[in-house]
Design a protein. Structure first.
Lengths: 146, 146
DNA sequence: TCATTTCATTGGGGAACCCAACGACTTTTC
DNA sequence: GAAAAGTCGTTGGGTTCCCCAATGAAATGA
């Protein structure tokens, strides 16, 4: 029963540390993407569209865990900027087939570079070996592999 | 250059996984604390007050990284519920000396139990050894040790 | 004395997250 | 082939977290 330093009760909670680390990561990535004029979700959607195109909005949202409501706004932004196109799906007229434009592909490349740099900064305190280990643990905790 | 599975570009970003894991942790803790009628920040402030009392609001906010503006609202809630008291500091009349009431202490105990259970659920996929390792890495990434 | 700083408080706001309901359209089922 | 049930994109609402600017009161240092 050693005397705990002040604030240890909160600071030693995994959920607390996770929140702080995530906030730091978010801030670093947001700062990096701001140079391209994009938010985090713009980048995420852009990347998912490249991987899945042509894809319906509902499938897109499910793939990245984004609410359909919020996806509408993101796609409006991306389409206005000419990074993405929505085309009616002839096989199912309820659907929009979302695809990447050449401009969107180029911007995505730059975003990925920026995001990777931000993540390098985030993980700077860790060795390469520790980063691998960290990612492995993170994947198992995040519930992403379902 | 093995073909990456779809969505790997985003899902393999540490900042992305960190965000998902933190969201899961937040949800688990929020659910646990809801049984006591408290939000995450109520619990955090309550815990910090116990460790630091009597403490000025500004010091409290700095200790847990909470904006002074938001701290006002949290303390209003806690004081209305009789969990915390604000007393003018005779040595510096600008300050409010915040302290815990007996009720606040009892509720905090219950909150800590609930929060620990939620964190056990969060870390359930990890062995005890891996949890220690994960926490160590997390501390170094979160920028909390400054 | 007076300039600077810190205090608690009020104001506003951006961004991530989630839920309910709608018209248009599809598929299923009788 | 018509009604039922489900899905699509969209619009509406809402909560939580995180940060900045400005105020009046009070302390501090020159």
């Amino acid at each position: 029963m050693a005397a705990e330093p002040p604030l240890a009760a909160i600071r030693s909670l995994p959920s607390w540390l996770l929140g702080r680390a995530a906030a730091r990561g978010r801030a670093l990535v947001a700062e990096a993407l701001a140079a391209e004029g994009l938010k985090m979700w713009h980048h995420v959607v852009l990347s998912a569209v490249r991987d899945l195109a042509p894809v319906a909005q509902a499938d897109l949202g499910r793939g990245i865990g984004l609410d359909p409501k919020d996806l509408v706004g993101i796609l409006n932004d991306l389409q206005s900027a000419g990074l993405v196109v929505r085309a009616p799906d002839p096989r199912d007229r309820r659907k929009n087939a979302v695809s990447l434009t050449p401009d969107g592909g180029r911007l995505l490349d730059r975003c990925e570079k920026a995001a990777h740099q931000a993540n390098d900064t985030l993980l700077a305190p860790l060795s390469a070996d520790e980063r691998d280990r960290f990612m492995d643990l993170l994947i198992r905790i995040s519930g992403t592999e379902g």
